[in-house]
Design a protein around this ligand. Structure first.
Ligand SMILES: *[C@@H]1O[C@H](CO)[C@@H](O)[C@H](O)[C@H]1NC(C)=O
Ligand SMILES: *[C@@H]1O[C@H](CO)[C@@H](O)[C@H](O)[C@H]1NC(C)=O
Ligand SMILES: *[C@@H]1O[C@H](CO)[C@@H](O)[C@H](O)[C@H]1NC(C)=O
Length: 253
């Protein structure tokens, strides 16, 4: 009797994970995006990423962080990663303002690690039904507010969010009404270890209008004597601690 030796070769079709289509997600996921909103776009997957707006490459590495989006930045956003291109994410930026205002009452939008800020929510028609949220470290969390302050007769409330750590950078805060589909503008807070930091005020930059930038220098007071240079395409020398940059044109950060 002959013995038959059968060898089965099984081929597994293993999809290479690197060829999976990346996906663009927007944080916070607002139904309506208004001019001046802070928008954070993330591309799923790992490795180097390329961002496209209407098919044209836009400079960014990692996440696409738009501190104050303008109506001109409406369009279809997609990302390319490891040879795959995502489905487009259409963002239509509307003129106008959300009915509630969230602002930084004390502190700065860029803070040192361990620091925190005080925020204020203002809703003209009263705070009843409003609550605030934060997107940080890849998750949305609700911020606990004192219930007895969130009433119809109260139109302002201040709160101090928790200090942030490295994995929660940037953190985006906003407030919503529980039924009315209404929200506030978002505020982004970033932490830094840098000793020099340049920051713009959270208002959107408008072509032809003055834009305030603040440059902070920490540490040894001697550093302050070093001339500070503001680089745009060519460096601008600032002579005083407060200088005006005469002309602003729209460009990418
Ligand atoms: C937006 O685009 C329009 C038309 O292309 C232009 O007139 C306007 O100045 C732009 N606004 C900003 C803020 O760049
Ligand atoms: C992208 O395309 C849309 C639709 O054609 C257009 O309305 C929008 O202005 C474009 N955005 C940019 C930044 O070119
Ligand atoms: C950062 O904070 C989150 C909670 O918000 C915590 O889960 C995480 O462990 C912290 N990470 C570090 C490095 O401290």
């Amino acid at each position: 009797m002959k013995k038959l030796l059968c060898i089965f070769t099984v081929f597994f079709a293993v999809p290479k994970s690197s060829q999976e289509k990346p996906e663009v997600t927007m944080h916070p996921e607002f139904k309506q995006v208004y001019s001046g909103d802070t928008v954070l776009l993330k591309c799923s997957g790992a490795g180097s990423v390329e961002w496209l707006l209407n098919g044209t490459r836009i400079p960014s590495s990692g996440h696409l962080y738009i501190p104050a989006i303008s109506t001109n930045e409406s369009g279809s956003y997609s990302c390319k990663r490891a040879g795959g291109e995502s489905e487009p994410k259409i963002i239509t930026v509307l003129e106008g303002l959300p009915i509630a205002t969230l602002s930084i009452k004390s502190g700065q939008p860029v803070i040192a690690k361990g620091d925190s800020v005080v925020m204020e929510l203002h809703v003209h028609s009263g705070l009843e039904g409003w609550y605030c949220k934060v997107y940080k470290g890849g998750r949305v969390r609700r911020i606990n507010m004192l219930k007895n302050l969130m009433t119809r007769s109260n139109s302002y409330v201040q709160f101090q969010p928790k200090a942030l750590n490295d994995t929660e950078n940037p953190a985006l805060y906003w407030c919503e009404h529980k039924t009315d589909n209404e929200r506030s503008n978002p505020i982004s807070i970033r932490i830094t270890d840098l000793m020099v930091m340049l920051e713009s005020f959270p208002d959107p930059a408008i072509e032809g209008k003055e834009l305030k930038l603040k440059c902070y220098v920490w540490g040894d007071p001697v550093i302050r004597k070093t001339p500070v240079e503001l680089r745009t395409k060519s460096p601008l020398k600032l002579r005083n601690s407060r200088s005006k940059v005469p002309y602003l044109r729209q460009s990418s950060p």
